[in-house]
Design a protein around this ligand. Structure first.
Ligand code: ADP
Length: 164
């Protein structure tokens, strides 16, 4: 059983993330979406909210997907879940430099057990990030091109609450 882990902040999940999830399912038997609980990063959505949004959009994949939280070392999380593939999405060239370093570190820390597989962003989502979604929501732009319509209103409402 090939278990992959797709880790990130997902604040909130975008169409770009969803595209990576769908493609990852072609190469894994099970995919764990690991939502980072990073105290240093101030998120719009709480950990539970971020997980809930991902679950809403991925329940069509049934048991092939699990959504979990994680903090600490990704390699420890991988071991705990018997996973050997880290999935990362690659957008612009700038992602590459940063991601490659992590891929080497994780490979070494796991004594060669864990490898990272990069999924290229779809052309239309190449420049899409959660922060762009938050910015768009703040200024009241339409969100349907960035996030699934099922969650667009939730993101809009969050922007209103944050603005106060
Ligand atoms: P963001 O940078 O949007 O806050 P995350 O920390 O949630 O993203 O990213 C998790 C993973 O998803 C990273 O590997 C990141 O490169 C990837 N990713 C983010 N947005 C996209 C996108 N639009 N297309 C492909 N991969 C993406």
């Amino acid at each position: 059983m090939k278990i992959g882990v797709y880790a990130g902040s997902f604040d909130p999940i975008t169409k770009g993330h969803f595209d990576v999830i769908k493609k990852s399912l072609k190469i894994t038997d099970k995919l764990i979406v690991a939502v980072m609980n990073n105290a240093n990063k101030k998120c719009w959505f709480s950990l539970e909210e971020r997980k809930e949004l991902i679950k809403m959009l991925t329940n069509e994949f049934g048991e092939k997907i699990e959504v979990k939280s994680f903090d600490g070392l990704l390699i420890d999380f991988m071991k705990e879940h018997n996973a050997e593939i880290i999935i990362r999405g690659l957008r612009a060239v700038s992602d590459y430099e940063y991601e490659l370093g992590y891929a080497f570190v994780n490979h070494d820390l796991s004594d060669g057990e864990v490898d990272t597989i990069f999924i290229p962003a779809a052309r239309e989502y190449m420049y899409l990030s959660s922060s762009a979604v938050r910015e768009a929501a703040t200024v009241g732009a339409r969100l349907d091109i960035f996030v699934d319509t099922k969650i667009a209103d939730i993101v809009k409402n969050k922007a209103k609450n944050i603005k106060g």
